[in-house]
Design a protein around this ligand. Structure first.
Ligand code: 5GP
Length: 116
């Protein structure tokens, strides 16, 4: 069995976070170290470690993550000016927490897609 990540502990209410959305499949909360005026993480309630390990069974929850992100972006007032969704995967992707998550970033121009 996979060990619970910090995000699993947030989903289970074991550590605090500012939750902005929750349903039976996904939970979204503000990043502890925001990189933009809005920085929300959208996470599947059931552990999927990363995109590489997502399977066909995960297709519904992957769709739910994207639609939840769009809904939260709208609620956060980002829809008109736009925003960015990021999924880091593995070492080269810079993934720190091994629990699949979407970063929703917005509230200012976000610059080029990659830093270098
Ligand atoms: P990654 O690099 O894995 O794509 O992103 C992990 C994100 O999780 C980082 O932006 C980091 O700031 C955020 N993070 C790490 N630990 C916590 C935590 O305990 N609470 C919250 N709200 N965010 C966290």
């Amino acid at each position: 069995m996979n060990e619970k990540t910090v995000f699993g502990r947030i989903i289970d209410g074991e550590i605090p976070a500012e939750i902005v959305y929750r349903d039976e499949s996904v939970t979204a909360f503000r990043d502890i170290s925001p990189l933009a005026p809005t920085h929300v993480l959208i996470v599947p309630n059931r552990l999927i470690p990363d995109m590489t390990r997502a399977t066909a069974d995960d297709e519904p929850v992957l769709g739910r993550l994207l639609l939840a992100a769009a809904r939260i972006a709208e609620e956060e007032g980002l829809a008109d000016d736009g925003y960015r969704l990021i999924v880091n995967c593995g070492r080269h992707g810079g993934q720190e927490v091994p629990h699949l998550h979407l970063h929703l970033l917005g509230g200012r121009p976000l610059g080029p897609m990659l830093a270098d």
